[in-house]
Design a protein around this ligand. Structure first.
Ligand SMILES: [Zn+2]
Ligand SMILES: [Zn+2]
Length: 311
């Protein structure tokens, strides 16, 4: 099918483009970094579409995908199961787009949703792991920031960003045997990305180890039945989407990400300034004080609870 060839060519173009922009950035043109990341994330998106096409060439079109998603919802089955049912019934998805000369294609989320249903037939383990999903969430946020806000990244951060992107793509390509990237783009080019991917993996490993070490230190000598009284949590970092936010004494929020050093998250529990009950800061009402500081009020102390009752 032509579309499949097109999309593969586009994907490789994006990849090569990403590399070119990255090299321009490395050679002292920092503006190019932004485009390197955008091209690399476009590449990832196209790879997910190539995966969908490998399942069924029509499924990449929104109309067909929605048809399958609707059946999944109606019958309360996974989208993959719904697709298999439709196929078993010999329904040709193509008929849904026959009158459409340039049908819309699916989004990154839709493609991922489908891929998430795939399990290994022998071990029954999900093919797409949570780490991959976290990477995708992070990429979406990053892309949104790059497109809509002033954005400045240090070269080191760019290397890590691209490394993370490429790492997830290489893994995805391997799991579903979609393409041999190395032979497609050449050994030298591939090696540059491989290096960046390794750099990222290495740093993440260190950040994760730091979390584990802190955890074992905190709980050392404490009886398991008292674990619940220990004020120690690991939060998912909203900046890098890794589960690497742990208590840190010098942080203003009390927490810091061991990977990206971010200290802010709406999930961090804070005490209510009236009654002392702890809740995620996002769920708290904030009250401005005369001196410019803010106070947290929980659901009950903010009057919200009474207002809901009156409704
Ligand atoms: Zn982080
Ligand atoms: Zn309260």
């Amino acid at each position: 099918m032509d579309y499949e060839l097109d999309i593969k060519e586009n994907a490789l173009d994006s990849f090569n483009e990403a590399l070119e922009k990255f090299e321009q950035g490395e050679n002292g043109n920092p503006k190019s970094y932004k485009f390197a990341i955008l091209h690399a994330s476009h590449f990832l998106e196209l790879i997910l579409k190539i995966y969908i096409i490998s399942v069924d060439e029509n499924l990449v079109f929104s109309k067909c995908y929605r048809h399958v998603a609707k059946k999944a919802k109606e019958e309360r089955i996974s989208i993959l199961e719904a697709f298999e049912k439709i196929r078993a019934e010999n329904f040709d998805l193509k008929t849904l787009i026959a009158s459409d000369s340039s049908p819309h294609t699916i989004t990154l989320d839709q493609a991922l949703e489908f891929a998430k249903c795939e399990k290994c037939s022998i071990t029954n383990i999900d093919f797409v792991d949570t780490e991959f999903c976290r990477d995708i969430e992070w990429i979406k946020g990053l892309r949104n920031n790059i497109e809509h806000f002033q954005f400045k990244l240090e070269p080191k951060e760019v290397r890590l960003c691209i490394g993370r992107l490429v790492r997830s793509v290489i893994e995805f390509l391997e799991i579903f045997s979609l393409m041999d990237l190395e032979s497609e783009i050449g050994k030298d080019r591939f090696h540059i990305f491989e290096m960046l991917a390794d750099e990222y993996t290495q740093l993440l490993r260190e950040a994760t180890r730091e979390v584990k070490e802190q955890e074992s230190q905190i709980f050392r000598g404490i009886r398991p039945k008292h674990y619940a009284f220990v004020e120690w949590n690991v939060y998912s970092c909203p900046e890098c989407n890794n589960d690497t936010m742990v208590p840190y004494r010098e942080s203003s929020t009390g927490y810091r990400c061991t990977f990206c050093k971010n200290e802010e998250s709406g999930e961090i529990e804070v005490p209510c300034d009236c009654c002392g009950a702890r809740s995620p800061s996002d769920a708290m009402d904030t009250w401005p004080m005369d001196d410019g500081s803010i106070e947290y009020r929980c659901y009950f102390c903010s009057g919200q609870h009474q207002a809901d009752k009156d409704d």
